[in-house]
Design a protein around this ligand. Structure first.
Ligand SMILES: NC(=O)c1ccc[n+]([C@@H]2O[C@H](COP(=O)([O-])OP(=O)(O)OC[C@H]3O[C@@H](n4cnc5c(N)ncnc54)[C@H](O)[C@@H]3O)[C@@H](O)[C@H]2O)c1
Length: 290
């Protein structure tokens, strides 16, 4: 069954891809963004202007939806630090409150690999490679902190709504395709966030799969391509930039530094496919056993 899916941050870089993909998958979309940033109504897309830092506006934006993909927010260092915290943390809280009040049963939140610290850290700390979703956080900047808090907000709301699926997606370095990721990649510059990236298409697919996830409960997922932004072998990168960090699994060739087995197992998401076809898991909520 197709759903009515609310997408926040719908006018943003990833939001535009998610809206288009949701429509292609057969859904109706309530696309919401700041007043003034909204697009024009288009077929199955209804636009609603809302500032997510205002609870009433957020309630109105999500009314009538069955699931939400929450992408709206601010990325440090383009914005003042307190504003990043206010928008990302309060905005997500309001989305979760509105989702609960309206009885939405699929909640997908944009987190980031920076939830554990990374590109904005002075000297990021990693305890092991590949990094999995259980790695401790060493976040120290407001954006990364806000994303860590987003994940705790998701877990908290999930505890009081045990029948609902809550997913926090740790997105990373959104690019059009592998060629642009490789073109921009630099071994030294990309060392802090471990040469990771993901295509807009693949990230949009993960958003839909998460919003329609049939299994309830809160989960954090790495949504990162399975190969790096460089042709330098991953074991060489690890030895050069992170000597002493243990490898918990072999990292052949240019294998990615972020484990994605959880997203593969739970969501059916493929970290190797940059432009996935729309599959049944994006079209409708399948039985958990499917
Ligand atoms: N781009 C990346 O590489 C990347 C990596 C990791 C995580 N993320 C996360 O993914 C999400 C989408 O990223 P993006 O690159 O599309 O960002 P973007 O900046 O292109 O889009 C964000 C959208 O949020 C909207 N917004 C900002 N403040 C708002 C408010 N108060 N109320 C309502 N809407 C508001 C903006 O108008 C914008 O359209 C963000 O949450 C971001 O933190 C992105």
């Amino acid at each position: 069954m197709q759903l009515r899916i609310a997408v926040t941050g719908a006018a943003g870089r990833l939001g535009r891809h998610v809206v288009a993909r949701a429509v292609r998958a057969g859904h109706e979309v309530i696309a919401t963004d700041l007043p003034g940033a909204t697009g024009k109504p288009d077929g199955r897309v209804e636009w609603r202007g809302a500032d997510l830092t205002d609870l009433e506006q957020t309630r109105a934006a999500l009314a009538g939806a069955q699931a939400v993909i929450h992408l709206g927010g601010l990325v440090h260092p383009r914005y003042p630090e307190p504003e990043v915290h206010r928008v990302n943390v309060n905005g997500t809280y309001h989305v979760l409150v509105a989702a609960e009040e309206h009885g939405l049963d699929g909640v997908c939140l944009a987190s980031s690999i920076n939830a554990i610290g990374g590109v904005y850290s002075a000297a990021p700390r990693y305890d092991y490679f590949p990094v999995d979703e259980d790695h401790p956080t060493y976040a120290e900047d407001p954006y990364s902190l806000s994303k860590w808090i987003v994940e705790q907000q998701s877990a908290s709301f999930a505890r009081r709504r045990p029948d609902v699926a809550f997913s926090a997606l740790r997105l990373h370095g959104l690019r059009d395709d592998a060629a642009s990721a490789l073109r921009d990649g630099q071994d030294e510059r990309n060392r802090k966030d471990l040469w990771g990236w993901v295509s807009f298409d693949a990230a949009a697919a993960a958003c839909l799969l998460a919003a329609l996830r049939p299994t309830p409960g809160h989960a954090v997922y790495h949504v990162v391509a399975d190969r790096t932004t460089t042709s330098t072998p991953s074991t060489e990168l690890a030895a050069r930039w992170y000597p002493g960090v243990p490898l918990r699994a072999p990292m052949a060739g240019t294998a990615g530094f972020y484990a994605t087995t959880r997203a593969t197992a739970d969501l059916g998401w493929d970290p190797a496919d940059d432009h996935p076809e729309i599959g049944p898991g994006e079209r409708s909520r399948l039985p958990a056993s499917a």
